[in-house]
Design a protein around this ligand. Structure first.
Ligand code: 5RP
Length: 234
């Protein structure tokens, strides 16, 4: 599991704070990554104490973690409502005066397509982060999931938009990362992103793009875990 950036203590605090929002009977979207894993573990502990919830995992990884935590699982198409979703982020716009305040870059775990589906379906979307994720502007590479046949043409279109695409490789074996959906990921460097909403619209228009990792106007609250305590952004 990816743990780069931020301390485990900060991630744990954020995850555990988010898990406190889960009520009896809730359907909960379970995001992917090391910070959300702490939320999943905390929900699992509450389940063992009698809390009744159903989880909707956003990746193979979060499904495994939820199974280990003995959280009953369901699917998006089997429920009428997703009460809340808890998910991490790779970068969060933290400047209230910036265009796109609260916008996120996600997809460090290549799970952003299912994450966006579940997070957007939720009545409440709770983001968990540590201070290393906060920025005045988004500037990390934007992960873009593409169907395999489309990766070169999408890369060309990303360059037309001023981005520098890199096909994400597996770290310890030859070949590209393949997502849970059987697709590839282009990490697209645009430098500082002044208008996340506009870039999100442009990326969505490219044929062959399944989903990109810009999450704009999605989050209801962000819990930022600190070495001591948790800060809340709304
Ligand atoms: C996976 C994600 C993760 O939520 C994001 O990469 C943050 O991960 P972590 O909590 O491990 O830093 O978007 O696709």
């Amino acid at each position: 599991m990816k743990t780069a950036g931020g301390t485990d203590a900060a991630k744990r605090r954020a995850g555990e704070r988010a898990a406190e929002e889960v009520d009896n009977g809730d359907v909960v979207g379970l995001g992917t990554g090391s910070t959300t894993a702490y939320a999943i573990d905390a929900i699992g502990e509450a389940v063992s104490d009698g809390l009744e919830v159903q989880g909707i995992p956003t990746s193979f990884q979060s499904r495994q973690r939820a199974l280990e935590a003995s959280i009953p699982l369901t699917d998006l198409d089997a429920v009428e409502t997703v009460d809340l979703a808890i998910d991490g982020a790779d970068q969060v716009v933290d400047d209230p005066d910036a265009s796109g305040y609260g916008a996120l870059i996600k997809g460090g775990g290549a799970a952003h397509t299912r994450e966006k589906l579940v997070d957007a379906a939720a009545e409440r979307f709770v983001v968990v982060a540590d201070p290393s994720k906060l920025a005045d502007r988004l500037e990390r590479s934007v992960p873009v999931e593409v169907i395999p046949d489309a990766h070169t043409v999408v890369a060309d279109r990303v360059q037309d938009l001023g981005g520098e695409p890199t096909l994400r490789d597996a770290e310890h074996k030859d070949g590209p990362i393949v997502t849970d959906n059987g697709n590839l990921v282009l990490d697209c460097a645009f430098g500082p992103i002044s208008d996340p909403n506009e870039l999100a619209t442009q990326l969505s228009r490219i044929p062959g793009v399944l989903e990109h990792g810009l999450f704009v106007d999605c989050a209801d609250v962000t819990y930022v875990g600190l070495e001591e305590g948790v800060e809340t952004r709304v």
